[in-house]
Design a protein around this ligand. Structure first.
Ligand SMILES: [Cu+2]
Length: 174
């Protein structure tokens, strides 16, 4: 009986090991950040609010070259984030609100930028500082009303890349 149990457990380990090795480097490389509140599109994927592909396992990984304006950061794997008709939860908000980033890696930061329907509404310059694991910015959206798509951008100081997150809000509905 004990021999049989050992055999089973060895087989289980053998089966699980390649999977572990496949996942480990990805997990290390995917340590970045995303807007967790109000729930961004990728946060809704991670929470199962919306049914999504691989982005649901790594909402913090929407990384792309600086200067993009897409919710997917140009990642074809995450293209569904660009789909405005996917049924994203729209957050009722006032004329200003707090956006909170959850950072799984605290990269030196140049700027944080917020665009409302393509128009820049806020930019915070961190001057290359290392952010806290959680970062919150209060953003004034009073120039907008009704359903608005906010693109939040985290520009990294020491790479050419940025992280992207889209948040769907209804300005003036709260
Ligand atoms: Cu990172």
């Amino acid at each position: 009986m004990s021999l049989k149990r050992k055999a089973v457990s060895a087989a289980t380990v053998a089966a699980a090991t390649p999977l572990l090795f496949a996942l480990m480097p990805a997990a290390a490389a995917n340590a970045h950040g995303y807007v967790s509140s109000p729930a961004s599109r990728q946060a809704q994927c991670a929470a199962g609010t919306v049914d999504c592909g691989p982005i649901k396992w790594e909402p913090q990984s929407v990384e792309g070259p600086k200067g993009l304006t897409s919710c997917s950061g140009g990642n074809s794997r995450f293209a569904e984030l660009d789909d405005d008709s996917k049924g994203w939860e729209v957050h009722p908000v006032g004329s200003s609100l707090d956006f909170t980033w959850t950072l799984t890696a605290r990269h030196a930061t140049s700027t944080w930028q917020y665009y409302a329907d393509g128009q820049k509404v806020a930019e915070i310059d961190d001057g290359g500082a290392r952010p806290a694991p959680t970062v919150t910015h209060n953003v004034d959206l009073s120039g907008h009303s009704g359903p608005t798509k906010v693109l939040a951008v985290w520009n990294i100081a020491d790479t050419a890349n940025a992280f992207y997150a889209c948040i769907d809000v209804n300005v003036g509905a709260a």
